[in-house]
Design a protein around this ligand. Structure first.
Ligand code: ZN
Length: 205
């Protein structure tokens, strides 16, 4: 099955996903993961959360292999993160430019920790707890946010938020170019889903 990408303004991108029961949902989640890897490849993303294909679940994928030219150690980094919980954030807080398939064409600098420890169930349904740093930690934090209804534009400065406000509003109404299929939110209600104050939304940051 092929999935289109849900765009900012759609309410599903703002809902916290539910945990997956791997005892009863293993088969369908396994299929979903395969489909999501395909969708991510088609849309040329390095990460994809279930919310971006319209599923309110604690599930995201990271495929860092397109970065292998510069970072050869990432050539095989292709993993699913089920029911993930970040247990520690440390290292320097660094600025990196981010984009998102759900916010087509926009890139902004976002500050995040350089190192995280995360507990999760992987694509083979094995429990894992690993520490990641650098580019992978960056992608994981971005995708993890999606599973809590947070977008990278929630984490940019007030000044930048003000400057891109109109662009985001237009985007939610379909004014953007994307090389992949997309789904828009309800035109009447999308405005309330554009920006969110991260501190109000999640306390464990
Ligand atoms: Zn994203």
């Amino acid at each position: 099955m092929k999935y289109p990408i849900y765009v900012i303004g759609h309410e599903i991108l703002r809902k916290e996903g539910r945990n997956i029961d791997i005892e009863t949902e293993k088969e369908e989640i396994s299929e979903l993961i395969t489909d999501m890897f395909d969708a991510m490849k088609e849309s040329e993303g390095v990460g994809l959360a279930a919310q971006q294909i319209g599923k309110s679940l604690k599930l995201f994928l990271v495929d860092a292999s397109p970065l292998a030219d510069e970072l050869p150690e990432l050539a095989d980094f292709k993993h699913a993160f089920i029911n993930a919980v970040i247990t520690e954030r440390k290292g320097d807080i660094i600025k990196m430019n981010e984009g998102c398939l759900s916010i087509p064409g926009l890139r902004e600098d976002v500050w995040r920790h350089d190192e995280i420890t995360i507990k999760y169930i992987d694509e083979n349904f094995q429990e894992q707890e690993n520490t990641f740093s650098g580019y992978v930690a960056r992608i994981i934090q971005h995708e993890y946010d999606h599973t809590y209804g947070i977008l990278f534009t929630d984490r940019i400065s007030k000044v930048r938020k003000a400057l891109i406000q109109n662009k985001i509003k237009a985007m939610a109404l379909g004014k953007f170019k994307a090389s992949y299929k997309t789904v828009l939110g309800n035109k009447k209600t999308s405005a309330q889903y554009l920006f969110r104050n991260v501190k109000d939304y999640i306390s464990s940051m």
